[in-house]
Design a protein around this ligand. Structure first.
Ligand SMILES: [Zn+2]
Length: 158
């Protein structure tokens, strides 16, 4: 994560990955999971900085990544690092035709989320994050505690 940089001052609009982030090449996820697909994403994946109160997500209409401007400006660097890598896994899933918002599953049980978190947790462990820190990272306001704990168990965090 040492080479990771966030261009926090960007205005709302559409950007390429490298205009917003640098240093992702050194991540475990790019080196071991995305590999050459990341080169393709750098050319084709759009990042849209928008005004919203959340974090980031992949839009299933076109596979672009939306980031809330406030989060980009003020979010914790490590959280943003893990989040963008998590979203890049979703871009990869989207490119393969997965339904990223499959309503048959709750958030923490959705196969696309479990897979993305599996890789994100591996990245987090490599950053030296403790179980408690990873559990805190997995906690999101839209999913209940019980489901988050189940997810953590499924990911071998607990
Ligand atoms: Zn996700």
């Amino acid at each position: 994560m040492t080479a990771f940089k966030i261009n926090r001052k960007l205005k709302k609009g559409e950007y390429k990955i490298e205009e917003v982030f640098s240093g992702l090449e050194d991540s475990w996820i790019v080196r071991n999971v995305l590999k050459e697909e990341f080169e393709d994403m750098k050319k084709t994946t759009k990042i849209r900085i928008v005004e919203c109160d959340g974090y980031m997500w992949v839009e299933d209409a076109d596979g672009s990544i939306y980031i809330c401007q406030k989060y980009l400006r003020k979010g914790n660097e490590r959280d943003i690092y893990l989040d963008i890598l998590h979203e890049l896994i979703h871009v990869r899933q989207w490119k393969r035709g997965a339904d990223l918002f499959d309503r048959r599953y709750s958030y923490a049980e959705r196969p696309t989320e479990v897979e993305a978190y599996m890789y994100t947790v591996e990245e987090a462990k490599r950053l030296g994050m403790s179980k408690e820190e990873i559990l805190e990272y997995l906690t999101v306001p839209w999913e209940n505690r019980e489901k988050i704990l189940e997810l953590a168990k499924r990911l071998n965090v607990l």
